[in-house]
Structure formats: structure tokens, C-alpha cells
Write a protein that binds this ligand. Structure first.
Ligand SMILES: NC(=O)c1ccc[n+]([C@@H]2O[C@H](COP(=O)([O-])OP(=O)(O)OC[C@H]3O[C@@H](n4cnc5c(N)ncnc54)[C@H](O)[C@@H]3O)[C@@H](O)[C@H]2O)c1
Length: 245
């Protein structure tokens, strides 16, 4: 059976764990050639028929190395999935400059720099796609999440602007707003405090936590031809977490 991404070449960052790993696997299953990117020492694996690049996306030469590897290994690029991210909980009054800066560096500065570096290759594609992972925290908040929320609101603004600037080249740019998803980012706390996981699950209309594949399927939609007329949009995949005020 034909795959939904047959012939497509994709970069997925944060692909050693959680949403990125599930997406790299699903994209490859759907026929894409995938370059999986993550930090060294995280157990990153190349997805079926694809490649792996261990790198810190905040390194100054990371965007160049990522696009050079994609062009060298995949022969070009159709889909950039900027998904790697970090969180952190510090009240504003106690947060250091370094804590603030690291969250912005990983979550919004690196995706901007990687997107900028890949635009020339995406312009050559017949179906260029940028998908960025924001969060429901781009639109709401919680105590201690100022740095994270600011970074994810930044991802939303960056993506809308990319959509506007790149539409004339047939390139779409959209962002995901995941809710409470069981991944490397959340499972340590939730394993230790199942009561917290239960609160998040109960808050969602669907009464459960999200799984990485729930998000990978939305990323697949945005990467595929099904989303060819969708651009500049944030797609919440949160089980209805944010419906209630
Ligand atoms: N899990 C949730 O509930 C949730 C909710 C909303 C948004 N998100 C977002 O989803 C995205 C994926 O996170 P996840 O939940 O799958 O968590 P995760 O921790 O399982 O995966 C994130 C991956 O990003 C990688 N990464 C972090 N810093 C990096 C760097 N400097 N260079 C390269 N790779 C780096 C990590 O090593 C990790 O493998 C993130 O952007 C996160 O903010 C997650």
C-alpha cells in the first residue's frame, strides 16, 4: 500500500524520545526517508531506512550540520519537524538568566535557526513543510512556567510568520499544541507522583493522558498532502484539556 509520505525527505529533531521518536518511526513507516536528530548519549536510533545525527541543536554550527547531513544522506528536504524541547519550573522571582536563556535557546532560537537554514532546500521541494512543536502552554500557563510559556508563544509567532513569508513558495508552516503527553519530559514526575498524572488525565475531556503516537499522527497529517491547504495554524492535540476555563 502506498505510504502517505512516499518519496518525502524529513528531518525530525528530538527524535530519541517521546513525540519525536514516535514521529520519526511513523514518518518512516509511511514511506519518508528520515534524518533523526537528538543530543549525544540519548540512545538515538535511525528509523527504518533513515539516518541519525547526534548533535546539540543549540550549537552555533548545528543548523548547517543538520541541513548538510540531510542533503547528503536524503538528497534534499521536504519536511522539517522542529520538535526538540526542554521544560523547567522556576518562579519568575527565583529564575536565573541562565535558566531562562537555556529554555529560549532550545525551544525557540534553535528552531528559528534551523528553519532559516533549511528554507533554500524547502524552496526546491514540491511540498515543503515546516512543523514546529509548541504546547498548549503557548496559550495558557501554570505557576513556574514563564520561561516555557514564553518560548512556546514564541514558536507560535515564529510559525505564523514563516507561513506568511514562505507561502508563495508553496511551503506550509504549522505548529502543534500538545496537551499532557506521557513522554521523557513528563514520565519521571508522573511515575513518582501518579496523583499529578491523574489530575491531568481527569482535566482532559477524553479523560486520559496523551501518548506520543497521538501527536505523531497529527504531525503526519500536517506533513502529508492531506494538509496541503493548511498553513499558519496551531493544531491542539490535547484530548480537550483546554476546553474549560
Ligand atoms: N510531554 C508533554 O506533555 C508536552 C506538552 C506540550 C509540548 N511538548 C513539547 O513536545 C516536544 C517533544 O517533547 P516530548 O514531550 O516528546 O519530550 P521528550 O523529553 O521525550 O523528548 C524531547 C527530546 O528533545 C531532545 N532535546 C532536548 N534538548 C535538545 C538539544 N539541545 N538538542 C537536541 N535535542 C534536544 C531530548 O534529548 C529529547 O529526546 C517538546 O518541544 C515539548 O516542549 C510536550
Amino acid at each position: 500500500m502506498a505510504g502517505r509520505l512516499d518519496g518525502r525527505r524529513a528531518i525530525v529533531t528530538g527524535a530519541a524520545s517521546g513525540i519525536g521518536k514516535a514521529s520519526a518511526v511513523l514518518f518512516a513507516d509511511e514511506g519518508a526517508k528520515v534524518l533523526a536528530v537528538d543530543l549525544p548519549g540519548k540512545g538515538l536510533e535511525a528509523p527504518k531506512g533513515g539516518y541519525a545525527l547526534e548533535i546539540d541543536i543549540t550549537d552555533s554550527d548545528a543548523p548547517q550540520r543538520i541541513i548538510e547531513t540531510a542533503v547528503g544522506m536524503l538528497g534534499g528536504l521536504d519536511v522539517l519537524f522542529n520538535n526538540a524541547g526542554v521544560s523547567g519550573r522556576w518562579r519568575v522571582e527565583e529564575m536565573t538568566d541562565e535558566q531562562w536563556d537555556r529554555v529560549q535557546a532550545v525551544n525557540v532560537r534553535a528552531p528559528f535557526r534551523i528553519a532559516r537554514a533549511v528554507i533554500p532546500e524547502l524552496k526546491k521541494s514540491a511540498a515543503g513543510r515546516i512543523i514546529n512543536t509548541a504546547s498548549v502552554m503557548a496559550e495558557v500557563t501554570d505557576i513556574g512556567l514563564a520561561a516555557y510559556c514564553a518560548s512556546k508563544a514564541g514558536v507560535a509567532g515564529l510559525t505564523r510568520t514563516l507561513a506568511l513569508e514562505l507561502g508563495k513558495f508553496g511551503i506550509t508552516a504549522n505548529y502543534l499544541l500538545p496537551g499532557a503527553i506521557r513522554t521523557g519530559m513528563t514520565s519521571a514526575l508522573w511515575d513518582e507522583r501518579p496523583d499529578i498524572a491523574e489530575i491531568w488525565a481527569k482535566k482532559a475531556a477524553l479523560r486520559r493522558l496523551g501518548e506520543p503516537e497521538d501527536l505523531a499522527r497529527v504531525a503526519l497529517f500536517l506533513a502529508s498532502d492531506d494538509a496541503r491547504f493548511v498553513t499558519g495554524q496551531g493544531l491542539a492535540a490535547d484530548g480537550g484539556l483546554t476546553l474549560r476555563c
